[in-house]
Design a protein around this ligand. Structure first.
Ligand code: BEZ
Ligand code: FE
Length: 288
């Protein structure tokens, strides 16, 4: 195939990919080429802009490391993560909504017994979190696996800290035989997503801030149910309507109740104010 031009190049590429053995890969690549070419035609992409785009994506790749996932940040800040989450987790009314996964989950978080403190001695305001994991028909889900992760009260995750040698503010628990869970931690604060790299520069160029409202991450799994990846946000917190990664859903905003110094839910005396959160999760039946 020779002498390809503005009109004929798209079909030529699609035709060249015709023998892709994997049918889904073929479908995705055909559509990607079509949209990519349509994009370049629509904006009349200049060579300087194309180069800038290549430089940007190169920088996104170069800053990635086992603890820094700039491509996820890019997907999140462009709303792609929320779109993919929304179209893959349509659920019956009453189920807890899913939201973005984010880049700070780790696969090997420590396990805890119910009632333990997952904060690993982080300084901060004590927080007592509890609730029930249920199915859509109201049935308790005994033994559901509940993974939580959170920022500290300065807005940093453990994996962002230089020289980190132990996990902080993350853990895996199991609901009891009635589906109840409870644990202690500290109250996490709102934080900016990492913005010292190319995604941060992009946000700046777009006159956008990098902040996320305060939240606690949950990933809940149980046999026979769809895995739920979600957050619980703080009612009244800043940035609920301008989350840098478009992850807020009204149904996930809850009252983080402040208490004066006194007896905590675990029966011991706290001489500083503390918070409680009571949040139930409703899982969808496994649909695949
Ligand atoms: C998070 O909530 O951990 C997160 C989500 C998206 C981008 C950065 C952080
Ligand atoms: Fe987070």
């Amino acid at each position: 195939m020779r002498n390809l031009d503005e009109q004929t190049i798209t079909q030529a590429v699609i035709a060249r990919n015709a023998d892709t053995p994997d049918a889904r890969l073929h479908e995705v690549l055909t559509c990607l080429v079509q949209h990519l070419h349509t994009f370049a035609r629509e904006v009349q992409l200049t060579e300087a802009e194309w180069e800038k785009g290549i430089e940007f994506l190169t920088a996104v790749g170069q800053i990635c490391s086992p603890t820094r996932q700039e491509f996820i940040l890019l997907s999140d800040t462009l709303g792609l993560s929320t779109l993919v989450t929304a179209q893959n987790h349509k659920k019956p009314a009453g189920c807890t909504e899913a939201t973005v996964f984010g880049p700070f989950h780790v696969a090997s978080a420590p396990t805890f017994e119910l009632g333990e403190n997952i904060s690993a001695e982080l300084e901060g305001t004590p927080w007592f979190v509890k609730g029930t994991v249920k199915g859509i028909d109201g049935e308790a889900i005994p033994g559901a696996e509940i993974e939580v992760w959170q920022a500290d009260d300065a807005g940093f995750y453990d994996v962002q800290k230089d020289g980190m040698d132990h996990y902080e503010g993350r853990g895996v628990l199991r609901a009891d035989s009635a589906g109840h869970y409870h644990f202690q931690t500290i109250v996490p604060e709102a934080y900016p997503i990492p913005h010292d790299g190319p995604v941060g520069k992009m946000l700046q160029a777009l006159n956008r801030h990098p902040w996320r409202p305060a939240h606690l991450h949950f990933m809940i799994s149980a046999p026979g149910y769809e895995r739920l990846v979600t957050h619980v946000f703080r009612e009244g917190g800043e940035y609920l309507d301008s989350d840098a990664v478009f992850g807020v859903r009204s149904s996930l905003i809850a009252d983080w109740v402040q208490h004066e110094p006194g007896i905590t839910p675990y029966g011991f005396e706290s001489n500083e104010p503390f918070y409680t959160l009571d949040f139930d999760f409703v899982l969808n039946k496994n649909t695949h």
